[in-house]
Ligand binder design. Structure first.
Ligand code: UDP
Ligand code: MG
Length: 310
């Protein structure tokens, strides 16, 4: 008699080339385990045949369920949808492209049984299957993130994790317009255990994130967890205001000695510089204001178009 249930959430966005293989791999591992399970596939607005494949696989005897979102809502929102439907005593989130080795699931389950509420995987051996630019930008992101915010994120932390039901309940009841679960899970606390993994190559298909998308994610990650950039703006503004004050005698002397016209170039330079600085500070303030703006609208994080859940 299997007493505990584990939900596995797989978010899919145009994954027709790998999704069947991934579900089969996860299924193969879970049938051998001591747990009852459900595999919840969230179709995040794919425009290829991913959804049809999911519908074909979603039968009661396979324990596979699908949730079709009305459009692409982004990975974190899709994960939230999957978690909110999950009924398991623990929820595991895993990528659809087999970059997260499913063989790690039994280890996660053992650690969970050992009293951990969160077991998360972080990418070890970063030379594998990630290009150089990807590595540098990713490690820069984590350095910046850790420096600027109160939470500490491991370099290479992935969205591959097991969370206990009680952690899931916390995460599902936060209202965040743009949830960033890698950070939120850390923020939630509880007993956490990190385990390293070596990423596989994406079995097929293409990464869904481009550089611009990653930059957006980085800004979102930082502004979700930290108001320090606002202070940086304040200090910078203060510093340059003092510098500008120091320039006053110079301007006065130039004026009284009739050098004001030759000074024009340097004045222009400074003006341009300060305008730039102001814009930069306004931009930072704008980022936060934008977050308040989108947050107060209280729009749902995702909209479900169809599902085979009752
Ligand atoms: N994904 C998603 N919605 C998106 C983008 C990605 O559900 O808008 C899913 C995608 O199908 C995959 C996982 O998130 O299962 C990770 O995406 P990807 O492999 O493209 O990212 P990378 O591994 O390159 O960070
Ligand atoms: Mg991937």
């Amino acid at each position: 008699m299997k007493t505990k249930k584990v939900s596995i959430v797989i978010c899919c966005f145009n994954e027709e080339q790998c999704i069947v293989q991934t579900i089969e791999a996860v299924h193969g591992i879970m049938v051998k385990s001591d747990y009852d399970f459900e595999i919840i596939c969230v179709d995040d607005g794919s425009d290829d045949s991913t959804l049809n494949m999911l519908k074909n696989m979603a039968k009661p005897e396979t324990n596979v369920f699908y949730i079709e979102l009305s459009r692409n809502f982004g990975k974190d929102n899709a994960m939230l949808a999957g978690m909110q439907y999950a009924k398991g005593n623990a929820v595991i989130t895993i990528d659809a492209d087999l970059q997260h080795p499913p063989e790690l699931i039994p280890t996660m389950l053992t650690l969970w049984e050992g009293g951990n509420d969160v077991v998360f995987a972080y990418r070890e051996n970063k030379n594998h299957h990630v290009n150089y630019l990807g590595q540098v930008s990713s490690s820069l992101f984590y350095k910046l993130m850790n420096h600027l915010s109160e939470i500490e994120l491991e370099d290479g932390i992935a969205d591959y994790r097991l969370i206990d039901q009680k952690v899931k309940d916390v995460l599902c009841n936060l209202y965040d317009e743009h949830p960033f679960f890698r950070g939120l899970v850390k923020w939630a606390g509880f007993k956490q255990q990190a385990i390293p993994y070596v990423p596989n190559a994406r079995v097929s298909g293409q990464t869904k994130y481009n550089r611009r998308g990653l930059l957006k994610l980085a800004f979102r990650g930082i502004t979700s967890f930290s108001t320090k950039p606002l202070y940086i703006a304040l200090y910078l503004g203060f510093f340059f205001a003092v510098v500008a004050l120091l320039l006053v005698p110079y301007i006065a002397i130039s004026y009284f000695c009739g050098y004001s016209v030759p000074g024009w170039a340097s004045m222009m330079l400074f003006t341009a510089f300060f305008e730039g600085l102001q814009l930069c500070i306004l931009g930072i303030i704008g980022l936060y204001l934008g977050k308040v703006f989108t947050q107060v609208k209280y729009r749902p994080n995702y909209i479900v178009r169809s599902t085979n859940f009752e």
